[in-house]
Design a protein around this ligand. Structure first.
Ligand SMILES: [Zn+2]
Length: 356
């Protein structure tokens, strides 16, 4: 089962030897633990470090840190992998942590029309905090565009979350299969709740403008600033997919960038049509989206600071190849390196034009 076939090198043993707090088993293959790299969310019941017991690997869904068991021990102890291997082999293994090991029933994802309906009714009940509004204005969006795009602050007070869920249910909306929503079992009754963390929602739309899913822009400045609104691993919960966002109308020229908020801003500032991917490797199905948009020429506009990142370069080359094979004319969009994202570049250009 385990990658190394040695209990001393299993991810669960390594995590325990590294004083990582394991909270629960979230699926057959994964345990959820508190992430030592980003410190995890303020809520001590949240756990973003996924420990995969089949691959003996870890991956934080919050900050993106990932790797394998020996490397985890090495990193947290500031030693080399070979030293980590030696130390782990010289210690007797911990027993499997005594945490609830039960299979949590999940709900399959609801179809897009239902998701759109629930998310719209949900967002309609929320407000946008002043600090989040300021944040979005600083990024270059107008009041009107912020309203149109339905960005809303994530409610974090439990009573407020419960009230919102109750209202949605009273409106005959079905929360089952909607990523982000899940049930909480209390003695002999269950109630609905949703994933929350300090930040604001970014709805991710499809070509028809329907909300497919949502990302959350987290307030705390961690290495990872965006997470999906997801309830994977929770009772009656549903995981989010890496939905591809459409920002704009069908067009012969379409730009591809990483992150729906960046694409919203870049679209607003340039009026070009953008397609957003959640990560450089999350491009599954992008050809179909581009075809539906009638795209002929596609510009890949990933962040400039990713130029020297080998993995990003490889992912970009794979995307180029895939798009060329699908019949698109593919170009890379570049800009002055002092601007990280295409949104930063477009915003700077807009500001300078105002001055002239
Ligand atoms: Zn983390």
């Amino acid at each position: 089962m385990s990658n190394y076939n040695d209990p001393r090198l299993s991810i669960l043993n390594v995590a325990q030897k590294s004083k990582i707090l394991i909270l629960r088993q979230s699926s057959k293959e994964e345990f959820a633990a508190r992430c030592p790299f980003c410190g995890d969310s303020e809520n001590p019941h949240h756990a973003h470090l996924m420990l995969n017991i089949v691959k003996d690997a870890y991956h934080c869904t919050r900050c993106g840190e990932k790797g394998y068991a020996i490397g985890l021990y090495a990193r947290l102890h500031g030693i080399s992998n070979s030293q980590a291997f030696k130390e782990l082999m010289n210690m007797s293994p911990e027993t499997t942590p005594k945490i609830e090991i039960k299979h949590v029933p999940q709900s399959p994802v609801a179809n897009i029309n239902e998701r759109d309906k629930v998310y719209r009714a949900f967002l309609d009940k929320l407000t946008l905090k002043g600090e989040h509004l300021q944040n979005l204005i600083r990024r270059g969006l107008s009041w009107e565009e912020i309203g149109r795009n339905l960005y809303k602050s994530v409610p974090i007070v439990p009573q407020e979350r419960l009230r919102i869920c109750q209202e949605l249910i009273q409106e005959r909306l079905n929360l089952k299969g909607i990523p982000g929503f899940f049930q909480v079992q209390k003695e002999n009754h269950a109630y609905w709740d949703f994933y929350s963390d300090n930040g604001f929602f970014i709805p991710v739309r499809d070509i028809q403008g329907r909300i497919q899913g949502m990302q959350i822009r987290l307030d705390d400045d961690h290495e990872r600033k965006y997470v999906w609104f997801s309830s994977r691993g929770k009772l009656s919960g549903t995981g989010a997919h890496a939905w591809i966002g459409v920002h704009g109308v069908p067009s012969k020229i379409v730009l591809v960038t990483e992150g729906p908020l960046k694409a919203d801003i870049a679209h607003y500032l340039s009026r070009y049509t953008f397609v957003s991917v959640a990560g450089v490797d999350a491009t599954k199905g992008i050809e179909q989206v581009l075809k539906e948009l009638n795209a002929k020429r596609v510009y890949i506009a990933y962040d400039m600071d990713l130029k020297n990142n080998k993995n990003v370069q490889k992912a970009k080359e794979r995307l180029e190849k895939k798009l060329i094979q699908a019949g698109f004319e593919v170009r890379t969009k570049t800009w002055e390196e002092r601007y990280k994202g295409i949104d930063d570049y477009l915003l700077a250009r807009k500001k300078s034009q105002k001055v002239v």
